[in-house]
Design a protein around this ligand. Structure first.
Ligand SMILES: Nc1ncnc2c1ncn2[C@@H]1O[C@H](COP(=O)(O)OP(=O)(O)OP(=O)(O)O)[C@@H](O)[C@H]1O
Ligand SMILES: [Mg+2]
Length: 263
């Protein structure tokens, strides 16, 4: 059930006393692969990122969704790129021209640490490589928790050919959600949003242990330190925290039942 609204608010305020520093990106290198939000490959002194700008054609809620899922993935040890809030300089934004949709806006944006040497391949190719089925299984649990409705994978062209998930702009039911929709969402009764492929049951045990350790403070951190310019009011961020708590708890129940069944 999770704590009351006031307690979530307090946990978010607490988390916001120590936000990670933003990193500056000042150089554009063109569009980062095809995607409706037209993410940009950008770099700065801290490295290279796939950047989703606040005025991208899919709207700024994708930035919030990306941060939440990327942070949760990092916390759970899931195969996703590291995310940061990046600060796009005026110079960096000046090179961004959205197709049919104006120019890029400088300021805080979503950054996904650039994965070198990856490609989009069919899951059948990726899953033929040892180790990827357990990565895939982790991702199926992650997607079920965050209700990612538009999964997208990349795969390392060279060894070890690891599978990653990129693109979590359509988590939390999609790129346009309201707190009411999150509050009304029915928690999952199975791991099964997109798993066309069999899961690796030996991988779910470790995921279950990670989920069981997720505290309310951890969940509050996922929705904290979000730039105001992204336009996700605190009420919506608190709804996202409540939603994630319910989703995590439901997935824990599902995985515990599976474990008991397999024993
Ligand atoms: N961190 C990253 N490292 C390397 N490549 C990336 C990274 N993030 C994204 N990409 C590449 O950029 C492409 C577009 O990114 P993404 O899928 O996030 O955009 P999108 O606009 O949300 O897509 P969609 O149209 O599916 O909603 C990806 O398919 C992938 O090829
Ligand atoms: Mg995509």
């Amino acid at each position: 059930m999770g704590p009351s609204v006031d307690i979530w608010h307090r946990l978010v305020e607490e988390a916001e006393t120590h936000c990670d520093p933003t990193v500056e990106v000042d150089t554009g290198h063109g569009q980062a692969g095809s995607g409706a939000s037209q993410p940009q490959m950008m770099s700065g002194s801290a490295g290279k990122y796939a950047v989703k700008l606040v005025n991208n054609p899919q709207g700024s809620r994708v930035l919030f969704n990306e941060q939440v899922v990327g942070r949760l993935a990092a916390r759970l040890g899931m195969p996703c790129p590291v995310v940061s809030v990046v600060d796009v300089t005026v110079e960096g934004a000046s090179g961004v021209h959205f197709v049919g949709d104006g120019d890029g806006q400088p300021g805080p944006a979503h950054g996904s640490a650039w994965l070198e040497g990856v490609n989009q391949v069919g899951l059948d190719v990726a899953l033929a490589v040892p180790g990827n089925r357990s990565r895939y299984t982790q991702l199926m649990v992650l997607f079920t928790v965050v209700r990612n409705v538009d999964p997208q994978y990349v795969y390392e062209v060279g060894p070890p050919h690891h599978l990653y998930s990129v693109d979590h702009g359509h988590a939390l039911l999609g790129n346009v959600w309201s707190s009411g929709q999150l509050d009304a969402a029915v928690p999952p009764a199975e791991i099964g949003l997109h798993n066309a492929e069999p899961l690796d049951r030996s991988a779910t045990a470790a995921v279950l242990r990670e989920l069981e350790m997720l505290t309310d403070a951890d969940i509050a951190r996922l929705v904290s330190c979000i730039p105001d310019s992204w336009g996700v009011p605190i009420e919506d961020r608190l709804a996202a925290a409540r939603f994630l708590r319910r989703q995590v708890d439901a997935v824990i129940v599902v995985l515990q039942k599976d474990e008991a069944h397999a024993a």
